[in-house]
Design a protein. Structure first.
Length: 365
């Protein structure tokens, strides 16, 4: 739900030279079902992003990061902190969608003893925990409107008031916010305050999906191969040309996080000498849909699906059932923005059955 760290982001070279790879301080503790664990700046789009980060990092301006799930929003926030004068202060990260409406205010702003039933003592909130450093609010669009009002006041007054208290506490925090939804649309729909939107959108940072920065795919794949080869204590397999072609052809709807999961699984099933396309288990249907125009008619969509399946039958790929099943489960999970209840409802299965599939595919612990 939230985490607080201090210190610098780990950076390493790659087989391509001194190209920086940004990772978490302890990547092994990062849940792959939640976030991307590495960023690389090989593609021109990523190099432009790095240049923007380096320009705005020294300031205290609020940064607003937008991008699809798995593109590395928290890593960008950490790099902003690491390059700023606040680098020696704490970096606190919190997912706004991880708390209920009744808890989110006490988590953000803290509370005093007796503020509510069960408050047997005082507690420092995330704003106070990040004092002197940077606070990263992920999925800020999930904040309830009542909390948005209080957050706007905190940003304007630079002070917080704990739940159950009337005494304001000054804070010195740089805010970095992020979301994977369209906040402008949320403003029009009345789900997000317009004044708060303009308050956080001081320095917008748009993260490009992995499919639109192909130059990053191979360096990231090599990085993950090296990472998991060391953990599994195996030889580093050769990346065959056809495997590289498959990595570039796939649209990566789950972005960097999905790429890491694919490489991890591939290393577990390969023989150790060479990494082949079959080891990747990439959903062929997802790749096909990326280049096929969508149709509105359910009959047309069903016929398209049948033709896709028929082509797979003819090719007789290894592990066909897992291939199709993974495409269906992962595609629905990404479509529902990783909401397990909505995904289960969409697929017409129970949440327990869905969680079994997600664990099998390495998307949750």
């Amino acid at each position: 739900m939230g985490a607080i760290f201090s210190g610098n982001i780990d950076q390493a070279g790659t087989a391509f030279g001194k190209m920086p790879i940004i990772t978490f301080p302890d990547p092994q503790k990062v849940s792959l079902s939640i976030r991307a664990s590495a960023l690389v700046f090989a593609d021109p789009a990523s190099q432009a992003l790095l240049s923007l980060i380096e320009r705005i990092a020294p300031s205290d301006a609020t940064a607003f990061i937008q991008g699809e799930t798995g593109t590395g929003k928290e890593l960008v926030a950490r790099h902003l902190h690491d390059l700023s004068p606040r680098r020696n202060g704490p970096f606190a990260a919190i997912n706004c969608g991880a708390f209920s409406e009744t808890l989110v205010e006490s988590e953000l702003f803290g509370y005093e003893r007796g503020a509510f039933t069960g408050a047997v003592g005082s507690k420092v909130g995330w704003f106070e925990s990040a004092n002197g450093g940077t606070l990263f609010l992920d999925e800020i669009g999930d904040l309830p409107l009542s909390t948005q009002v209080k957050l706007l006041r905190v940003l304007q007054e630079r002070e917080i008031v704990r739940v159950g208290s009337r005494k304001p506490t000054p804070i010195d925090v740089r805010l970095v916010a992020a979301t994977n939804v369209d906040l402008e649309e949320a403003v029009r729909a009345g789900r997000f305050r317009e004044d708060l939107y303009y308050r956080i959108n001081v320095v917008p940072i748009q993260l490009v999906p992995l499919r639109d920065r192909p130059g990053d795919i191979l360096p990231l794949a090599r990085h993950f191969i090296s990472t998991y080869r060391n953990r599994l204590q195996t030889d580093e397999p050769e990346l065959l040309p056809e495997t590289i072609a498959a990595l570039h052809a796939y649209p990566w709807p789950g972005n960097i996080r999905e790429l890491e999961n694919v490489i991890h699984r591939a290393l577990l099933v390969c023989d150790g000498s060479a990494l082949r396309p079959s080891h990747l288990h990439l959903p062929a249907i997802a790749a096909s849909n990326a280049t096929t125009e969508r149709r509105d008619s359910p009959v047309t969509e069903f016929c398209t699906l049948e033709r896709t399946l028929e082509s797979l039958y003819e090719k007789e790929p290894e592990g066909l059932y897992d291939l199709v099943n993974k495409a269906l489960i992962v595609g629905a999970y990404v479509h529902c923005r990783e909401n397990q209840v909505q995904t289960a409802r969409l697929l017409g299965i129970s949440r327990n059955v869905l969680r079994t599939h997600l664990k099998h595919f390495g998307l949750i612990d």
